[in-house]
Every structure is written in C-alpha cells, then in structure tokens.
Design a protein around this ligand. Sequence first.
Ligand code: A2P
Length: 269
Amino acid sequence: ATARIAQPAAPPPAALFRERVLTVHHWTESLFSFTCTRDPAFRFQAGQFAMIGLMVEGRPLLRAYSMVSAPYEEHLEFLSIKVPNGPLTSRLQHIRPGDEVLVGRKATGTLVVDNLLPGRTLWMLGTGTGLAPFMSLVKEPEVYDRFERVVLTHTVREVAELAYHDYLTRELPQHEFLGGMVREKLLYYPSVTREAFHTRGRITDLIRSGRLFADLGLPPFRIEEDRVMLCGSPALLADARGLLEGQGFVEGSGSAPGHYVIERAFVEK
Ligand code: A2P
C-alpha cells in the first residue's frame, strides 16, 4: 500500500495577489460575475485582462479574464461562463463572499485605446463574455475624450445573457461623473440570436445588411473615421475581421496602432 502523506497547501506564488470575493451575481445557469478586493499595486488599462483563479490541490489554477471594472475603481469585477467540466469554472462558479481568489500581478491585452489610430467613432463589438473588456472601457473617461461617439454592441443567444443590460441602459447614463459623457456619446446596441427580441441576429449579419447603421442613424464603416474593437469567439473574430479587412482596415497592436484590434473572449476548454 502507498502511504499518503498530507502535504500542507503551498501558498500561491509571489506573482499572484490573494484577494477576497465581495459579491457574486448569477445572470443565468451558465453565466456569472463577481467582485473582489483589489491590491493597490494592481495596475491595468481599461480593456486589459489578467490571470484569475483558485488554489486547486495546492497549486494555482488560472485562466485569462478581462477586467469588467474600470482602472480607477476600488474593487475588481469579472464576468465568467460556467463550463460544467471546466477545470477552473466548475469550481469558480461556486465562490462566495469571503472566499479567496488569485489575481495575476501583470495585466495585458490588445483592446486598449493606444492601439488604435485616432478616429471619430469607436465601435466595440462583443459577443457572450466578450462584453467584459468593453464594460471597463465604457467607464473610462479617456475613451470619451478620444472619440466623438462610442458604440457598444453585445450579441448573445438568449435575452437573459445580456449581462449588465440594466446597468448600461439605466445606471451608467445617470452616473455622477460619467453620465454626461455617456448620454452624449455612448450608444448601446444589444442583439439576440436565438430568442425573440427587438433586435435579432448576429452582429456580422446586422453589419452586412446595414441594419446596425440604420438603427443607430450612423453611416457604415469608413476607414478614415471608424475604429473597431472586437471581442468574442474565434468564429466571430474571423468573420468580423474578414469584413473589416475587406474594407482595408489594418489590425493594430502595441507596436503599431491600427484601425481595429481583436481579443479572444475567455472560453474554458
Ligand atoms: P448564434 O446563436 O447564431 O450562434 P456563443 O455563446 O456561442 O459564444 O455565441 C455568442 C453570440 O455570438 C451568439 O449570439 C452567436 O450567434 C454569436 N456568434 C457565434 N458565431 C458567430 C460568428 N461567426 N459571427 C457572428 N456572431 C457569431
């Protein structure tokens, strides 16, 4: 017989902050968000992501998560799907206030305003949990300083998956400091693909048909004026990228700003 010696759980490595869960909100059976404490030394730009996770069997188990919270907010917020057999999310979905979560010290990512050339309208096209980085960006005053108009589209399968819908339509426009900018510049455009809703369809189809532009009263994408941020599934990114590149849009990065930037939304395998 093999002797099993209990090992004391190793503390997380110094590359990780240990934070406390403050609140948990379950949007649907497969979607939740949570807030946690934030170490004052944790710095990030709106639109970036960090490694988030839990200690599992004495080791940190981490996945990439975009910050939903803005850089100036006291607490951190994250949006997550629940994957039944996902190594992390099958556990993370059960967190409660007071539990410990791990946050990687280094934030990174391409969905930052510095990676875009100057323009007039910023389009943020998100599907599913690809909304997360855009929640941070719509709370970032610099976004409104750089663009005359900001459009946030969020496409999901079912209405209940329109996370933060009430916040975006009711609270943010009344926000003490951001409200004025939001009311003047932000357009929120939710759409649903598999259920009745006032706006049905994939964002790529709504772009191709011209309905998105007609609904918002804006002209179709023009390379001189429009800048685009994409966040969603690999299929969405490929299709939307094709649409943009067909019009000559060039992808931006940290080394060279461009007309559009993309990031894959967190999906646990
Ligand atoms: P659909 O219901 O037609 O698949 P998911 O939950 O799979 O990440 O999807 C989130 C949303 O993204 C859904 O509304 C889905 O529409 C849409 N979607 C999936 N693939 C694409 C794609 N290639 N282009 C545009 N939208 C897509």
